[in-house]
Design a protein around this ligand. Structure first.
Ligand SMILES: [Zn+2]
Ligand SMILES: [Zn+2]
Length: 898
């Protein structure tokens, strides 16, 4: 059965599904719309059409049906005081990032606050009954309508009126009575103007009949009477009857203000401020006409650009009026709407990125920037954020705390977009035809090119209406869900000793053993979960290599056989391994809160992994960590270790834990059970967690971050060690440091020594050269250098194998000697590492007969290597260090001929 069928089924029995006491008391008539046949309830005897098809549709624009005017802030105060006065508890809004559901990124309706998924079942958990909540909801499906229609928002405040029908709460009669009185008594709407339309609502696995209520054609809210579970073709009655009334706060404000659009009265002074900056008068009669037409046409035309075209035509707007008023106005509305959504999302810990829900946020910011660029609007982003928060904090004071963090994230993300523009320009210049919707999606998916940018660049004139809904389908709807593969039907729940006395040695009964698996009646082996790796150890003589949880049954994987079913086995948990893992787990909690307090409120645990000797924590953060940040995080974490704080574990009813500590407890993800285990490190860190923990932080001794890395857009990985491993790591690290610095010192000293020697040489060089060249005929020794002088007109020979001279010396000396004495041949032989090298110079006269290259060749042969060069300069060498003197002798024979 589809929705239409079930609606006609419900409408066929109005007494059962739609009749309420109010209709009887106030003499409401049930009518069928003359245009669409839908059934509705009214006290206006003359009405013939449903609100969608009446002439009074949107007649409140420019002519509000109430005496008092209430903007967004005031409208909530009115609603809240009405419900509180009528026995409701006013509950603070829940985060817009839906941390308690793993099938939603963002909170899309107020009832979502109170839905918890357990297995395939949705259960309702109310912190009070009845209650009212101003729930900010994010919806990205109709982005192309935002700013254009006057009533579409990417985020809005859903007034949630919720009740469970029991001794505290109420059912249909009281719900509809309250909603009627809210409109007529609190807001002063004429009774004749209120119309209830029969409908059906389905969502989150349950459904029921509903009554939508309208004033002047504007749908203000929908009271859903949830009483069935399942889908429309296969359902059963729920144990509880739930009132799920959701109304749009923005619409209440709009109705009483009668402004051309809802945007004019729901963002506080910011809209007017921006309009003034551009010079548009929003109270223009023309706008009233235009936006009334837009509203009326919304039902008539399929897509927004058609609606717009027709409204322009029937309002008789000129091109100039469109370009000077309507287009910039739409841009400003879009900007203020998108910024408000970003403020809520970032404040609640979401980051713009290219994955998951962050995707929509990036898209929003890029739309803001390209809209400003396209319309040449020069608005200051920080100023706009400030104006919004100044206004919103009247209803949502918590936004004040994250004001600066929001600015930081938007600044960084805007910078990224600006930086990517050059690349986008190149991609766009290569497009050779007008892109279709799928091309647009691909362009954004793979290259980050937004359709707004293409519009700005005049590549496309309009953004196809299906673009955002298609994109939203791709990204927003479902998070990945892991499925449990193994089914162990009929086995009793395993008693978890690690949550009790946690004995490391215990006896247990084998309930089932198969393949390599064993199920016991009770166990102290921690099963893999929450990023914590499983315990190892032994069951009898068999090694436990893995432990996993399947529902409430723990399955141990053994090596080399399994014990018999029904037998009693003695079990030993490897306590050294458990110890390491436990320290790493508590350290993960400490690091998580440390990073948040060092980096900013947007930091959430993305995932974590805790092994015996290493662990990692992935956090949501916009950039790679700097060394300074790492040092600060490590310092803060270790100060918590030093303070030896108590780690306490308490079990709470889930609702109580959420109310007491907020949704920050879900760092490790959702908890699919009614009782939540809260692990507190005093008031430094409080998380819902099923892992094992130390009793005092001092037991951890030390936390050492070993590596950090930006592993994906918006996620940074922190690898770390703790306890003994951290101490070993630091010791090793220190030892390496000492070794490295010793090596460095040695190198520096050697370099210093050389520098000194060179300086010394430079000073004594002229004397040495003079000493050599002025030697008497025969063999002389000058500073360890042997000089053989012959008769004038014949080659002289000078050589050394002295260890005190290096390459620099030989080259300097050789050059100088042959310059002073053209009959001189110089041969220097020296050790260089594991080699022997030779440097040969032959003066201009000597070289005519005794070429340096020939000498080098011969000398190198003696040394067991090769060499060569020209007649003036040559070099060579070999490996045989014992042949240094033989080599010199050979050279001397070649030069002197003796
Ligand atoms: Zn109708
Ligand atoms: Zn944990």
């Amino acid at each position: 059965m589809d929705k239409k069928e079930i609606l006609s089924k419900f409408s066929a029995d109005p007494e059962r599904y739609y009749m309420v006491k109010l209709f009887d008391d106030e003499k409401f008539e049930r009518k069928s719309c003359a245009t669409c046949n839908r059934f509705y309830w009214t006290i206006d005897g003359d009405r013939i059409n449903c609100p969608d098809h009446s002439d009074d549709t949107y007649s409140f624009i420019g002519n509000p049906p109430t005496k008092k005017r209430f903007d967004y802030t005031q409208a909530w105060k009115e609603v809240e005081s009405f419900f509180v006065k009528n026995g409701h508890t006013s509950v603070n809004r829940y985060p817009v990032v839906c941390r308690w559901r793993d099938d939603l990124y963002f909170t899309i309706a107020s009832i979502v606050d109170f839905q918890r998924v357990m297995g395939s079942k949705v259960v309702f958990e109310f912190p009070a009954n009845p209650l009212v909540v101003p729930q900010t909801c994010l919806r990205f499906k109709d982005l192309e309508n935002v700013g254009v229609t006057g009533r579409h928002f990417s985020s809005f405040c859903m007034i949630g009126q919720h009740s469970i029908s029991n001794s505290h709460g109420y059912w249909k009669d009281e719900c509809v009575d309250l909603d009627y009185r809210l409109l007529t008594e609190q807001f002063g709407v004429d009774k004749k103007e209120v119309v209830f339309v029969e409908d059906v609502w389905e969502g989150g696995g349950s459904f029921g009949s509903s009554l939508e209520f309208f004033v002047n054609g504007l749908e203000l809210g929908n009271a859903v009477f949830t009483e069935f579970q399942g889908d429309l073709s296969n359902y059963k009655t729920l144990d509880q009857q739930i009132i799920d009334m959701g109304a749009g706060l923005e619409r209440f404000a709009w109705l009483t203000m009668g402004t051309p659009t809802a945007y004019d009265c729901c963002f506080g002074p910011i809209t007017n401020n921006l309009l003034q900056q551009v010079g548009i008068d929003a109270n223009n009669e023309l706008l009233v006409t235009y936006f009334t037409k837009i509203a009326k046409h919304m039902e008539q035309f399929g897509n927004i650009s058609e609606v717009r075209k027709n409204a322009i035509k029937s309002a008789g707007l000129s091109d100039e009026q469109i370009n000077k008023i309507i287009t910039p106005l739409e841009g400003i509305y879009l900007i203020v709407d998108h910024i408000r959504t970003l403020i809520f999302a970032i404040s609640d810990g979401a980051l713009p990125s290219n994955v998951g829900g962050g995707y929509n946020l990036r898209m929003m910011l890029r739309r803001i920037i390209s809209t400003m660029d396209r319309l040449s609007l020069k608005f200051d982003m920080n100023e706009m954020i400030d104006m919004q928060i100044d206004y919103l904090k009247n209803t949502y004071p918590e936004l004040e705390k994250t004001r600066e963090d929001i600015k930081t994230i938007i600044r960084i993300e805007s910078g990224r977009y600006e930086n990517s523009k050059l690349r986008m320009e190149k991609i766009v210049s290569k497009l050779n035809q007008k892109p279709a919707v799928d091309d647009l999606i691909r362009l954004y998916e793979s290259d980050g090119v937004t359709p707004d940018y293409l519009k700005e660049m005049n590549v496309i004139s309009d953004i196809p209406s299906t673009f955002y809904s298609k994109l939203s389908e791709l990204h927003q709807s479902k998070k990945q869900k892991e499925q449990d593969q193994v089914s162990l039907e009929g086995l009793p729940e395993t008693e978890l000793l690690y949550y009790e006395d946690d004995p490391k040695e215990f006896d247990a009964k084998v309930i089932k053993s198969f393949d390599k698996y064993v199920v016991l009646d009770k166990t102290s082996f921690y099963a893999r979960g929450g990023g914590q790796e499983p315990d190892h150890g032994t069951i009898e003589k068999f090694e436990v290599v893995d432990v996993n949880k399947h529902g409430n049954v723990i399955v141990h994987e053994l090596k080399n056989g399994i014990p018999k079913e029904g037998s009693t086995v003695s079990c030993v948990v490897d306590s050294k391994r458990r110890d390491g893992i436990t320290k790493n787990h508590t350290s993960t909690h400490i690091l998580n809160s440390s990073t948040r307090s060092v980096l900013g409120s947007w930091v959430w645990q993305h995932s974590a992994f805790k092994e015996e000797d290493h662990a990692r924590l992935d956090i949501t953060h916009h950039s790679a960590l700097t060394n300074d940040e790492i040092t600060k995080i490590e310092k803060l974490a270790n100060s918590i270790v030093e303070k030896n704080m108590s780690v306490t574990i308490d079990n709470f009813d889930r609702g109580t834990a959420e109310q007491k500590y907020g949704f920050k407890i879900y760092q490790g993800g959702i908890v699919p059970v009614k009782s939540v285990r809260i692990v507190s490190i005093e008031d430094f860190d409080i998380e819902a967690c099923g892992g094992t923990h130390v009793k005092k932080t001092g037991e951890i001794e030390l936390i050492k971050i070993t590596r950090t890395k930006r592993i994906q857009d918006g996620v940074v990985r922190i690898e770390f060690v703790s306890g003994g491993t951290a101490l070993d790591y630091t010791k090793q690290h220190d030892a390496n440091l000492i070794k490295k610095s010793a090596e460095l010192k040695e190198k520096t000293e050697l370099r210093e020594k050389r520098r000194g020697q060179k300086q010394e040489l430079r000073e004594k060089f002229p004397i040495l050269v003079d000493g050599i060249t002025q030697s008497k005929i025969g063999t002389n020794i000058v500073d360890g250098i042997i000089v053989d002088m012959t008769d004038p007109g014949k080659p002289n020979f000078c050589s050394t194998t002295s260890d005190q001279y290096d390459e620099f010396f030989h080259i300097s000396l050789g050059e100088k000697l042959i310059e002073k004495d053209p009959w001189m041949v110089y041969c220097g032989v020296f050790e260089d590492g594991d080699k022997v090298r030779a440097i040969i110079y032959s003066g201009e006269q000597a070289a005519k007969d005794k070429k340096a290259g020939d000498i080098a060749k011969t000398v190198s042969e003696v040394l067991g290597g090769a060499g060569g060069g020209n007649q003036r300069f040559a070099q060579g060498g070999g490996k045989d260090k014992s042949k240094k003197n033989d080599a010199i002798e050979k050279a001397k024979t070649m030069v002197l001929g003796v």
